[in-house]
Design a protein around this ligand. Structure first.
Ligand code: AMP
Ligand code: MG
Length: 343
């Protein structure tokens, strides 16, 4: 009899573990903003929040894309002036602030040169020096006039929010995650990652930083909660010119040429779901890639309490800021030399 009671208890226990064991995890993969995106949510309302996040990302793409003719950005570029959606106007204001903060390394008025090089299109080409020189005077935030939701551009100028739009989208996803009942969430929007709460096992999320020199390999791994990890690098999009030179998609606003960086990739890590930290990390990662190692480290030192970063250098080093030391895993056998930066 005792044996039967024990068996019965074991069966009840097994049933209850199934019912209240690991919280339910839902996943959704989408293609938006010209990239593959993966969303994961854990806990109550997981499916619902993923649907909302996907809808939000698609809505944002319709407003922010340079190549969708009806978007706010395309209308502004085509007509020279327009009334923007409230969110687009706020994002443009922030983009202008980040240009100032990064000394122009991040600059959304780079659009005419992005278009000229066509790097993200099916027909990229190496333009003549004269073509580049003719467009360089159109680059500079002084050409953008924004007041409230009204925006206008000087003649011939255009904007490209491609260096900041996915970060902004990750901020919107972070807000949806925070307002839902989920206990954990992961959003990877093509190089822009946001992690919320914990995994189904109650652990911080593992965010792997891509090895820029090898597909399917990682330079390092971070263990994080409630953080954005945004990576920029020449390896993400590029084309090879007729003479074998590789031209990548981030353009140096000072020269009009694809940035020639001593960095292979820059990952910027910011914390907290509020205050547009995803947008900030996205603007910084593009800018720090343009700046190169020395200026990027100076930039971080000037505001070091407020963000972390991982730099993968051309000469085989992985530099990381001290704020990451407890959540940073080297990749064994990667061939990189790992160096924590001094504060
Ligand atoms: P990201 O992947 O966030 O570094 O952004 C790169 C994208 O931003 C490019 O594909 C362009 O659309 C745009 N872009 C290129 N150079 C710059 C720049 N210097 N500042 C701002 N946006 C840029
Ligand atoms: Mg960016």
């Amino acid at each position: 009899m005792k044996r039967w009671i024990c068996l019965l208890l074991a069966a009840v226990l097994a049933l209850s573990l199934t019912a209240c064991g690991a919280p339910k995890t839902e996943a959704l993969d989408i293609f938006a903003m010209d990239t593959y995106m993966s969303l994961v949510a854990v806990g109550d309302g997981a499916f619902d929040v993923l649907q909302r996040s996907s809808n939000e990302i698609n809505t944002l793409e319709q407003k922010l894309s340079r190549t969708i003719a009806t978007s706010d950005v395309a209308q502004l570029n085509a007509n020279g002036s327009t009334v923007l959606d409230e969110g687009t106007a706020e994002l443009l204001r922030r983009a202008l602030r980040y240009s100032e903060e990064t000394g122009g390394a991040f600059d959304v008025t780079i659009a005419p040169l992005v278009e000229l090089w066509g790097i993200t299109t099916d027909h990229p080409r190496v333009p003549a020096r004269e073509e580049i020189d003719a467009l360089l005077p159109l680059v500079g935030t002084e050409h953008v006039h924004a007041a409230g939701t009204e925006a206008s551009l000087d003649e011939g100028c255009a904007i490209d929010l491609g260096g900041i739009a996915k970060g902004y989208a990750s901020d919107c996803v972070a807000a949806l995650f925070a307002a839902s009942g989920i206990t954990g969430g992961f959003a990877s929007l093509g190089g822009n990652v946001y992690v919320h709460g914990d995994t189904a096992d109650g652990q911080p999320w593992k965010v792997a930083i891509q090895d820029p020199q090898k597909t399917d390999a990682f330079a390092c791994t971070l263990h994080l909660s409630d953080a954005f990890v945004v990576t920029s690098g020449g390896y993400q999009r590029n084309f090879t010119g007729p003479d074998g030179t590789v031209y990548q998609h981030i353009i140096d606003p000072a020269t009009g040429y694809p940035a020639v960086s001593d960095l292979l990739s820059v990952s910027v890590i910011t914390y907290g779901a509020a205050d547009g930290q995803g947008t900030r990390a996205d603007a910084y990662s593009t800018a720090l890639y343009v700046m190169g190692e020395e200026a990027a480290v100076d930039f971080w030192r000037a505001r070091q309490a407020s963000f972390d970063m991982v730099l993968v250098t051309e000469d085989g080093r992985v530099l990381y800021t001290p704020g990451l030391k407890d959540c940073f895993d080297e990749t064994e056998g990667s061939g990189y030399v790992y160096q924590p930066l001094a504060a």
